[in-house]
Design a protein around this ligand. Structure first.
Ligand SMILES: [Zn+2]
Length: 139
């Protein structure tokens, strides 16, 4: 019984890992390191804003009514959740750098093709190449 070609396996290549040049790996490392520094600066900035908000709460809360207090608490919570998400991204980038050293980073999980340097620089947590990502989204 002839079945139509399975579209999921038709395009699959034998998993022979392509290699990346040392220069390319360095480019990725530089991009990741730059991203990490950027995120760290952003994180510090957010932390000092939280401190500021907290200080503001302590010093000028005397004349506050319930609504002011509520707004400040909300602002602070938003800052904290922002700080947490930045820290999460820093962790992702740091993990990516470790995996890069081990040679396990920057390969598409689906087709094992190298993920372009530009894509990794923009999305350090990317685990699929653009082509596979689009297929994924279309499903
Ligand atoms: Zn792929």
């Amino acid at each position: 019984m002839a079945k139509p070609a399975d579209t999921r396996t038709a395009g699959r290549k034998p998993v022979a890992k392509a290699t990346r040049s040392a220069a390319e790996t360095e480019k990725i490392r530089a991009a990741l390191a730059a991203r990490r520094d950027e995120l760290r600066a952003e994180y510090d900035q957010t932390l000092s804003e939280i401190t500021e908000l907290q200080r503001g709460r302590l010093t000028d809360s005397a004349g506050d009514d319930q609504a002011d207090t509520g707004t400040k608490t909300l602002e602070r919570e938003q800052e904290i959740s922002l700080a947490n998400s930045i820290r999460e991204r820093i962790t992702q980038v740091e993990r990516a750098l470790e995996r890069l050293d081990e040679g396990g980073y920057g390969w598409c999980e689906r087709c094992a093709d190298p993920i372009p340097v530009e894509r990794l620089a923009a999305f350090p947590a990317a685990t699929l190449c653009v082509k596979c990502k689009q297929l994924e989204e279309r499903r």
